[in-house]
Design a protein around this ligand. Structure first.
Ligand SMILES: [Zn+2]
Length: 395
């Protein structure tokens, strides 16, 4: 924590950090932007499903009335509702919705966002989602890291022949994704009732052969050895972990695989169980936090709110929560060499918050304390008026 400090930015990168008086004297020609409050490294949201159509408000209400996940799915809700929606919507329409939503994430301090496919579950619809992510990446702000998640769920047309769907993911979708360089990572939803560890391994082995980095949704609602599988495959991260086993905690503690925790999801689903952040940190695991931004289980736009949950529900200290959305989140995307810190050589992704004590960023629940955002050295425009997130964003 530096006081009365300055950050020197040249082009897209930070070139010096130090006492204001020293840097000002050494660089008398530099333009100056005064920042009131605290300057943070840009927040990195390392797990989202940000390309989707309509919000799932009926699911939300059914859960409030006590309906189970299975009952909601049987009534036409759940992931498959978003799948029908994404399949039917044009690439342009999805891009318009996602652009507005990324603007909202950025207004809360997110300067890099990972985006997964997984609401297509068919070759062309998966590629459509990833092409939307590529269009958003071309805009450059926030920076976008695309992940292929064709193995998010077994689509209804493969219900009775799931091996054929796994084969489709491995033999058709992954080669097409690799051919167009549409994703940096491949992810699998490894959970009892979704994909087994054996199926997840088959998909991730194929992904590795195509040059993709590996991620895994693991041990979210039930323990199935997903964390251990991710570590054994050298995955860059294993995500969720609310039900991780003791063996999984030990495996993560002895590895460089990042444990990505998503407390907003468990909170939104009304689950009392959260990932054992304290045990993971004490075991030596690298812990990151993310929003899991998605229409079903986490319509959460701000990482400050996730940090707040991490402190109040996961027992993380403020400094651990901040590390978890900056340098550790960068590591979960393979970007730690030049993202997630205010230091010479780093990309100049910066967030200003009008607070007197930096811990306030994780304290004012529901408030957006972010006053300015820079990505790759450029000031981001402030959002005009209220934030639109639903289907009215193109109006
Ligand atoms: Zn997810």
């Amino acid at each position: 924590m530096l006081r009365n400090a300055a950050v020197l930015v040249e082009g897209a990168r930070i070139t010096a950090v130090g006492p204001y008086a020293e840097l000002r004297a050494a660089h008398p020609q530099a333009d100056e932007v005064a920042v009131r409050g605290v300057l943070f490294p840009g927040f990195i949201d390392c797990h989202t499903h940000a390309v989707f159509g309509a919000p799932r408000l009926d699911d939300h209400e059914r859960r409030a009335l006590g309906q189970s996940y299975q009952a909601i799915a049987a009534a036409g809700g759940g992931i498959l509702e978003s799948v029908r929606d994404v399949r039917a919507r044009s690439e342009d329409a999805l891009a318009g919705l996602a652009r507005a939503r990324l603007d909202a994430l950025r207004a809360h301090g997110t300067t890099t966002v990972e985006i997964k496919s997984g609401y297509g579950l068919a070759r062309d619809a998966e590629l459509k989602q990833l092409r939307v992510a590529r269009r958003l990446a071309a805009d450059g702000s926030p920076a976008v890291v695309p992940t292929f998640l064709g193995a998010h769920e077994v689509p209804p047309e493969f219900r009775d022949r799931r091996e054929a769907y796994v084969a489709l993911v491995c033999d058709e979708m992954l080669p097409a994704v690799a051919r167009e360089s549409l994703a940096r990572f491949c992810d699998v939803f490894c959970e009892p009732g979704v994909f087994s560890p054996g199926e997840a391994r088959a998909v991730l082995d194929a992904a590795r052969r195509h040059g993709l980095g590996l991620k895994l949704h693991a041990d979210e609602l039930e323990e199935s050895g997903g964390a251990e599988l991710g570590v054994s495959l050298g995955a860059v991260s294993v995500d969720h972990l609310a039900s991780v086993s003791d063996a999984g905690v030990r495996a993560l503690g002895g590895s460089a695989t990042v444990a990505v925790l998503l407390p907003a999801t468990m909170s939104f689903l009304g689950r009392l169980r959260q990932a054992p952040a304290r045990r993971l940190i004490d075991a030596g695991a690298v812990v990151a936090l993310a929003s899991d931004f998605n229409p079903g289980s986490s319509p959460t736009v701000g990482l400050p709110g996730v940090m707040s949950l991490a402190v109040s529900q996961l027992g993380m200290r403020h400094a651990e929560a901040l590390t978890a959305v900056t340098v550790n989140a960068a590591a979960a995307l393979g970007l730690a060499a030049d993202h997630g810190q205010i230091a010479p050589g780093m990309i100049a992704d910066l967030v200003a918050a009008d607070v007197a004590d930096w811990r306030e960023v994780a304290y004012w629940v529901g408030a957006n304390v972010v006053t300015a955002v820079w990505t790759a050295g450029s000031a981001c425009p402030r959002l005009p008026g209220p934030i639109s997130l639903g289907l009215n964003v193109q109006a």
